[in-house]
Structures are given as structure tokens and as C-alpha cells.
Design a protein around this ligand. Sequence first.
Ligand code: FAD
Ligand code: SF4
Length: 561
Amino acid sequence: MFDVIVVGTGAGGSTALKVLCEAGLNVCALNSGPRMDPENDYRGHRQVYDLKYRGFGDPLRLAGKAHQEPYSVEESEYSEGKDLFEHDVAYSNAPGTDWYWKRCKATGGKANFWGRSSARFSEIDFKAADLDGFGENWPVDSAEISPWFSKAERYMGVASTIQNRPSNPDGEYLPPMPFRCLDFILQKACEKIGVPYLPDRCAQLTVEHNNHPACHYCGNCSRGCDVGSFFSPTWFTIPDAEATKRLTLLTNALVRGVLVDENGVAKGVAYVDRTTKREVEVYASVVVLAASCVETAHIMLNSKSRHWPTGIANSSGQVGRNLCEHLYGCPGYGYLPQLVGQPPTPDNIADSTVSWMPRWHNLKNPREEKFIRGYSIYMGGGCGEFPGHYRELEGFGKQYKRDIKRYYPATVGGLIQAPTLPSPTNYVDIDPDKSDIFGIPQLRFHFQWGENELLMWEHSKQVMIDLFKAAGGELWGADSVPNRPGTSLHETGVCRFGNDPKRFVTNKWAQTHDVPNLYICDASIFPNCTDKTTTMPIVAFTMRNCDHMLENFRKGLHKRA
Ligand SMILES: Cc1cc2nc3c(=O)[nH]c(=O)nc-3n(C[C@H](O)[C@H](O)[C@H](O)COP(=O)(O)OP(=O)(O)OC[C@H]3O[C@@H](n4cnc5c(N)ncnc54)[C@H](O)[C@@H]3O)c2cc1C
Ligand code: SF4
């Protein structure tokens, strides 16, 4: 019996662990996979040609698994054999849906390998429904959440500059990541076409911060940092929580549902111990779900009882609804002739989060464009370890290799981050016919891109044409279609927070309306995506919501175990 159970040890769950343990509570954390062990699991600092499969990994390693598709950069030969990623727990796609659900099941979750872009949400995000009449306002405003954004930034360490733009409020920053040569060229070109081009907000330590060392620019971030020079639960929040000696961390513990007492109030969780395949129960006064957006909805929908026949805390019928996502894709790639022949320098350390073109649409008038709201673009390029532009060149043999080298310092490409709008046809539910290998009914995705984000996608392709022209660059092409839904890993919305219990799953403190001792600490509470990423806000909202939970303990609403 614990004061609090936290399901998941990713950015959301581990922040809850830190806050609650440091406040004196006894907390049990359950994590579906093994403990992340940086010394053995991060096999960075090696060249791909030193690895048997040149970094791609054994093509047969996932044979027989429920999901055989390896995840992108973060899952490669560098982490092979460690069982850090979820390939055993199956999920379904409804006909016509092609959701790509990437899951890191090790402690710390996806933020062991994340991209580190860390911008604040803004007032025009929170009040977007008032401005353009679509969807729901958020139940918070900037004045209320800004101090928590500051707290999260001060803790995580975010490098950036003051930019004075309405859609991306400034925060408390470390010195910015240095621009690459290509950034100076593109920034000038952007001035000509009236588009902002600025340093991104990047949670990577340009200087030593809170006893975490400054980045040594090895470029291995997507394979995990071996010294903790960017924010990750493995290096930050989990050690902080463990230092209190009030944390019990259970690994390989796959939670299947929340248990309730005779009044329908949460009393604990049931999990499958993956090593013994046995089901185990653990109890607490309060349960926090932080299994990552859609998995939190999955657990809730599977938590059926006499009190909650459609899933726990689902009297509104809203659990699983309003799934939102970022449309990702490359709207333009090519090269800058000015850089051909330049000596290579290791300049793309933070990769896509060095620079960004933050939302510049619909700022004065919410209906300036054909679409509502706006998107952002990250510009990638510079001298990475692997010359990804080999795909754009034709040939073979010596001449082909020479061409790859010739263009090596000069290639650039965009990555659009366009928010989808909530739609009644985009949601998750439980597949009535299928269960995973542990007998747990599996999650099913229903998702299609909407007209608004597809208009943004077309718009961004024209921006790239204009940008390359203004920069004197040569545009080689653009993705013919956006990336698969799920690619961005910024899904939101399936347990939206709001004041009306009939229309929202939780209140503004992420406490479910129906079950007051059940809280949610991940992006599922966010009513929609903005043009910004979600992780720093997950940390900030979790800090705030756990502070409120502690107040509820002090007031006696929740009792210590
Ligand atoms: C390559 C990459 C680049 C990214 N770039 C960015 C970026 O630039 N900026 C940004 O903001 N975000 C980025 N993200 C997304 C970011 O990593 C996520 O937003 C964030 O990590 C989500 O945290 P979370 O705690 O909600 O979920 P997760 O990190 O997924 O953690 C969930 C945890 O819950 C556990 N769990 C799941 N199901 C169960 C269960 N049933 N029982 C018990 N435990 C369970 C898992 O083991 C895991 O530890 C990126 C991610 C990746 C992989
Ligand atoms: S580049 Fe910096 S943050 Fe990235 S892995 Fe190396 S030391 Fe860590």
C-alpha cells in the first residue's frame, strides 16, 4: 500500500515521481519494460562501419514479434538486443488508418532519445477557439502556466534566445546552440520572404546546468546521451526521485487496468509481470496514469467495472476521443551551392532543433490564410554522421561516392510540424476482436489527416520553393505525401481537460472528474496540438498538477497510506 502509484516513468511519470517523492510521499512507479542502463544500453561513440550491420541492425531481429517494424533513428544497431522498445504488445489500425505507434518501454520512455525541441505554448494556443471559433479553449491561460514553464525550463535546461513573438513566448534560457553555416544563409533568405528564422528552444545543455555537464558535442543524442547533457528522465527526474529513498520502482510491470473499490474509487492497479507472466495487484491512495497519451486511454478503456462499464472515469464517453497529432513531412530539400566544397565541420549536433521557423500565420487575423492556426518548420542539414542525401543522387561506384562527398556540407531540408484539429472521426478504442500476447484487449486507432493540415502541407511546399529561390539554393524535391500518422510522437487529446464533466475527462488539474483520486500526467489532457512540441509542457503541467495533488493531500481529500 503506497501513497501514490505512478504508471509510466517517461517525461510525465518521472516528473510526478520527483515532485511527489521530494514532497515526502511514498510512491510506487510501474514501468512496462526494463530499467534503462546508460552505461550498457547507449552504445554511442562508434562509427557505423565498426558495426556488423552498418548501424541498421540485424534484419531478422524482430522476426515473430507482433510489430516487426523498427523505429527510426532511436532504434538501431546501437541499442540492439537490449529490448528497450515495444514490439510484443500488439495494436490495431481500423481499415483506412495507418498509425505508426512507436513505444520505448524502458524506464525514461521516449525522452531517452527525443529531439529536445522545447517551446512554450502561448495564449493564442490556449484561446484559439475564441479566436477562430473552432474546438475548445484550454482551461488555463498563459498567466497561470508561465511560472510552471519557467520552473520546467530552469530544471531541464533549455537553450535559446529572446524572440518576442506572440505564438512562441520567451522563457528562461541557457545560451543558444550555435547556428550552422546554412542557418546564416537561410536566415537572410527568410528575411527576404518575410518568414522568421530563429534559434529553436533546445533542451540540450550548452553550459553546465544543475550538476549536469555541458554537452561535449559528440552527436549521439538520438541514441541516448551517455553523460546526461540533455534532459531525460534517466539522468534527471528518476535519480532525483530515487535519492529520496521513497520510490519503489517496478520494472517489466505492464499495467492492464486501474482497480476500484466498492464506491468506484481507484484503489490500485493490476499489472502483468512480464518476467513471470503472472498478474499482480498493488494498492495506493492515489493513482497517476502517465503511460503516454494513447496508452493512458488504453488502460482507462480496459478498466471496466460495475461502476465504470465503458472504462474508468468515462461517464462523458470522451476517453479515447479527439486524437490529435502533428503532420510531419519534408516539404522541400536540396542544397546550397555556396557551401559545396566547404570543409566539413561537425556542426549539426542538435540536428533539427538548431533552428526553426516558428508559426508566422494567422497572427494578426485568425483567418488570414486558407487554413486556421499555423505550423512551424525545422531546417535540418549540415555535416551529420550519415550522408542522408545519398538517396537524392544517382549513380554508382567512385563517381557516386565523390558526388555524395561533394554535396556533404551543403544539403538542407525542411521538416513541417503542422497540428491537426480535433475530429470526431479521429480516436482510439478497444479492438473488440483482438488481444495481445498477455491477453490484454488491444488498442485500435482511427485516424485520417484533415483538410486544414493538408492545406498547411501544400502551403509549406510553396514556402520551401520561395526559400530556396531567395537563398540561391537548388531544390531537389519534396516528400510526395506526409509521413505516416504517429511519426511525430506528439499525439494529444484522448483525455482532454476542461471544466465541464460532461464534455471533458479531467478538470483543469488533470484530476478525472469522475474519480477524484485518479490523475493523468501526460499529453492526453491537452485538447489539441499546437505548432509546438509537447514534452516541456508535459513536464510543466505535471509539476503544476502534482502540486495541486499535494494540496489535496494537505487538505485531507487524499489520505496518506
Ligand atoms: C526520436 C524522437 C524525437 C522526439 N523529439 C521531440 C522533440 O523535439 N520535442 C518534444 O517535445 N518531444 C519530442 N519527442 C516526443 C517525446 O519524447 C515525448 O513527448 C515524451 O517523451 C512523452 O513522454 P511520456 O512520459 O508522455 O511518454 P513515454 O516517454 O512514452 O513514457 C511512457 C512510459 O510509460 C511506460 N508504460 C507504457 N505503457 C505502460 C503500461 N501499460 N504499464 C506500465 N508502464 C507503461 C513506458 O514503459 C514508458 O516508460 C520525440 C520522441 C522521439 C522518440
Ligand atoms: S551531443 Fe551532447 S547532448 Fe548529444 S549525446 Fe553528445 S554530449 Fe550528449
